[in-house]
Design a protein around this ligand. Sequence first.
Ligand code: FAD
Length: 433
Amino acid sequence: MSANLSSSPPSTPDPSVPQRPLVAIIGAGPAGLMAADRLVQAGLAPVLFDRMPAPARKFLMAGRGGLNLTHSEPLDLFLTRYGAAAAHLAPAIRAFPPDAVRAFAQELGEPTFTGSSGRVFPQSFKASPMLRAWLRRLGAGGATLRLRHHWAGWTSEGALAFQTPDGPVEMVADATILALGGASWPRLGANGGWAALLKAQGLEVAPFAPANMGVRLAWSEHLRTRFAGTPVKRIALSCAGVRVRGEAVITAEGLEGGAVYALSSRIRDLVTEAGTASIQMDLRPDLDAAHLAARLTAAPAKLSFAERLRKAGGLSPVQAGLLREGMGERPHTAEALAHLIKAVPLTVTGVCGLERAISSAGGLAWSQVGADYGVRGHDGLFACGEMLDWEAPTGGYLLQACLATGRAAAEGIIAYLRADPGEKDRKSFEFRS
Ligand SMILES: Cc1cc2nc3c(=O)[nH]c(=O)nc-3n(C[C@H](O)[C@H](O)[C@H](O)COP(=O)(O)OP(=O)(O)OC[C@H]3O[C@@H](n4cnc5c(N)ncnc54)[C@H](O)[C@@H]3O)c2cc1C
């Protein structure tokens, strides 16, 4: 249950002997691990706790489809991806920007490359080699990891209270970082259960909502049975005047995939307001309507409608299926058909839930967190990562903000411990820069 992060480095402290000052980090996802990394660099020996039997389960899951660490676009544009939270996150991200994330990955033996979309990945594409190297480095620096420790709040004396398979455990920490994650994919560890604990302390927590999730559409039986699981490549999706190029995947319930995720928060808000949302799918974003109409007109008259779509329209079977879903009456002219191919109207009836959303919106309100990521009114308590109230599209923006805020919270703790040496026994401790 208690595990040294590295195999057995000689410098690893015995976890049963608390180091002073003792910094507890609760949540061993990328935000908590990055906070630990900075604290170790400063000469501290933090203790990381996680409720799961293994650390960073969501980070490992993120690596399954290609670990998108950050994005290569200019920083000013990058910061706009965080919408309303951009001003809050900007100082932390400027202090630990995408280039720093890339350099960090390289230090862990994972040089990065930039994909054609500008997204940045480790060369192995995976999370596991990076995580292994990261845990080794933390262990060698003196951090320890205690797994299957479910944080359950504070005791009446202010100690951290954990539930473990061996019964309750308490720990008095000089400073604590909460890095408890959001509420999506709860089976990977972050289930948002911490929100009730913080609300009980009088802290404001914005309600969780799925972000970067699939959307629901009432497909015909034919489309569902024939095409569920089929990708639809090189399309553009539009919603409320915003257009995104990318790809989607047909599911039994609706649509998921990159282009859908990019619009999903906008769609979610429309569905919340109005019950449904209208989206349009451009099945041939590479051709304008006039060009497409000319090709449809030039096709031999003897072609059936299906053949016309395939041969002149260049539509695959799944694209033709989607066109029929949104078609209503069959268009009478090539121009009308071309316009339909360029903007198939589809009605979203709902969004998928937190269970399979890539991330969550909501979390600890910014009004409750200072510029140093200290939690207001709770001396020595800091928070970072996805548990804070921000959301962003996929593209590396999620991990970038988690890593940067983890680092910023660690800086907050270092300043906090330096500022008030009287209260804490730090005789044997020297800060390194
Ligand atoms: C399928 C998928 C793919 C993704 N792909 C990408 C990607 O390519 N790029 C990208 O930028 N982002 C991606 N993400 C999102 C990214 O993984 C998360 O935003 C990130 O992991 C959040 O980091 P975190 O450290 O804040 O929280 P988490 O990684 O969720 O870690 C929080 C930790 O806290 C622990 N915890 C929670 N409550 C308690 C408690 N009470 N007591 C003790 N421990 C507790 C949890 O067990 C967990 O280990 C993906 C997510 C998913 C689900």
